[in-house]
Structures are given as structure tokens and as C-alpha cells.
Design a protein around this ligand. Structure first.
Ligand SMILES: NC(=O)c1ccc[n+]([C@@H]2O[C@H](COP(=O)([O-])OP(=O)(O)OC[C@H]3O[C@@H](n4cnc5c(N)ncnc54)[C@H](OP(=O)(O)O)[C@@H]3O)[C@@H](O)[C@H]2O)c1
Length: 252
């Protein structure tokens, strides 16, 4: 693995995360990817961690034991984290909520990315530039019938990103984490991935917002995963970045 630039990208087996991993490697980054499925990325600069992010014991043990030494290598000049993996959760109204399934969606979409932010803050060399992208959604700010689990997790991750950014300026973490740390809450737009297929599959009786998702597809509004991936990679490579920013597809 090349020494200078290393990124952790979750959800590299599909969609946006897969495109981010390929673009980063073509720019000379080493990538550690995470997903439940096996790797489809044959490259000497790619290392795959086959893991269910909802299994928090496995996540924390694997990263502390196997990944921490790679991140903390003094040769790292730039460390990236792209919290991209997410579950769409239950597509249906609140009266059918399964409490344990909902907890699992929050584990994958909120707890794992939050823990990973703290992990890179602890382990990246202080002299390195640290860039974190948390993949958000328009749904973080838009009530959507039948999408409550997903909406709730994206709103939570968005606010956690904004809150964490203030901690990097507070006494304590400011002295421990890389001084050049920047966070981005990023909404990728409507992207042609398996998650969109899931969202337009149920019946309208089950999932009231299904017509909106069918409309995105029918009206040709879905963009290729390469488009948001370009924005994400540009942020990871940015020399000067504000402590925290919120952006949507195409805003750089
Ligand atoms: N597509 C859109 O229009 C859209 C719009 C707004 C926001 N987003 C956001 O963009 C991000 C990427 O979504 P996408 O559209 O590219 O979806 P996708 O094609 O379904 O990819 C999701 C990725 O997350 C991984 N993943 C899911 N659950 C996981 C788990 N428990 N443990 C480990 N990995 C897991 C999947 O891998 P495995 O299945 O192999 O585990 C897959 O690689 C998500 O945060 C999503 O909320 C997407």
C-alpha cells in the first residue's frame, strides 16, 4: 500500500462507495473498503474488510486490532474517511415498526459512522490532514411518508457531523486530533444505485413515497455514481477546507 494517502470507505461493494474507491485509487490513494459482501476490487492498493457494520463488536475489534496500526503510520500525510454505507431501512408507515430491525438501521447508519469518526480522530497522525465525508441525503431535512427510519438516521448523522466539528475546536480533542481536520456532510442527489431500486419496488399501499422514487427513474433524474464520487474525492484531496461544510451534488 502507498504510504502517503489512505482512505477508509464504507460500502465499497456497490453504488457510490464503489465509485469512490475506484476514483481514489486512480488518484494514487490506498483504500480500505468495508462491506458485508466480498471485494470486487482487485488492486494492490485496496484492502477489503468484510464486515457487517451493524455488528458493533466486530467493527470495533477489527478496526482497533487490524486497521489502527495502518492509520497511525507516521508516513501518512493525508487520511480520509468516507462514511457511505447505509441501509434504507423499513419502507412503510410507523404502525409497522419492528423495534429490533430499527435498532439495526440506526447501528449501521448512525452508530458505526460516528464511532469511525472518533476512531480516525484518535489514530490519524497529528501532522496528517484528516478529511471526513459523511454521506447524507435530502431526506435528512425532508419529511417523507414511509421513510421514517432512514430519514431519522440521516438527520441524526447530519447533526452529529455538525456537532463533532465543534469538538475539534474544543480544548481536549483539539490537542489530540490532527489540526488540519475538516468534515463534510454531503448529499449525493438521486443516484442510480441498488438503493434506488429498493425504494421504487414496494407497492404504494405499503410505501406512500414510492411514486416519488418511481418518478425519479421515469423522468431520467438519476445520475451515475461517478458524479457524487467526484465531489467526495475532491473534498478528500482539498488543501484548504473549513472545519465543517454541508454540500449537495455538484456544489464541489
Ligand atoms: N442512491 C441515492 O439516490 C442516494 C440518495 C441520497 C443518499 N444516498 C446515500 O448514499 C450512500 C450510498 O448509497 P448507494 O445508493 O450507493 O447504495 P447501495 O448501492 O445500496 O450501496 C450501499 C453500500 O453499503 C453497504 N452496506 C449496507 N449495509 C451494510 C452493513 N450492514 N455493513 C457493511 N456495509 C453495508 C453495501 O454493501 P453490502 O451489501 O455488501 O454490505 C453497499 O456497498 C448511502 O449513505 C445512501 O443513504 C443515496
Amino acid at each position: 500500500m502507498p504510504a502517503e494517502r489512505l482512505a477508509i470507505v464504507t460500502g465499497t461493494s456497490s453504488g457510490i462507495g464503489n465509485a469512490v474507491a475506484f476514483q481514489l485509487m486512480s488518484h494514487g490513494w490506498a483504500v480500505i473498503g468495508v462491506s458485508r459482501r466480498d471485494s470486487t476490487i482487485p488492486s494492490p492498493t485496496y484492502r477489503h474488510v468484510k464486515l457487517d457494520l451493524g455488528d458493533l463488536d466486530a467493527l470495533t475489534a477489527t478496526f482497533e486490532n487490524e486497521i489502527a496500526p495502518l492509520i497511525s503510520d507516521d508516513r501518512r500525510q493525508r487520511v480520509g474517511l468516507v462514511n457511505n454505507a447505509a441501509l434504507i431501512g423499513r419502507l412503510g408507515t410507523i404502525d409497522g415498526t419492528d423495534a429490533n430491525e430499527m435498532l439495526r438501521v440506526y447501528a449501521v447508519n448512525v452508530v458505526a459512522p460516528t464511532w469511525l469518526m472518533g476512531f480516525v480522530a484518535r489514530h490519524a497522525p497529528r501532522s496528517a490532514s484528516l478529511r471526513v465525508v459523511n454521506v447524507s441525503s435530502g431526506a435528512a431535512q425532508r419529511p417523507t411518508p414511509g421513510l421514517g427510519e432512514y430519514v431519522g438516521t440521516k438527520a441524526a448523522l447530519r447533526m452529529t457531523t455538525l456537532s463533532a466539528a465543534t469538538e475539534f475546536d474544543a480544548k481536549g480533542l483539539r490537542e489530540r486530533a490532527p489540526a488540519d481536520t475538516a468534515l463534510l456532510s454531503y448529499s449525493p442527489g438521486t443516484v442510480d444505485t441498488p438503493m434506488q431500486v429498493e425504494a421504487r419496488s414496494p407497492s404504494a399501499d405499503q410505501f406512500p413515497a414510492v411514486t416519488m422514487f418511481k418518478g425519479f427513474y421515469d423522468q431520467g433524474q438519476l445520475v451515475s455514481p461517478d458524479q457524487p464520487a467526484r465531489d467526495i474525492v475532491a473534498f478528500l484531496e482539498s488543501e484548504k477546507a473549513p472545519r465543517v461544510a454541508e454540500r449537495r451534488l455538484g456544489e464541489g
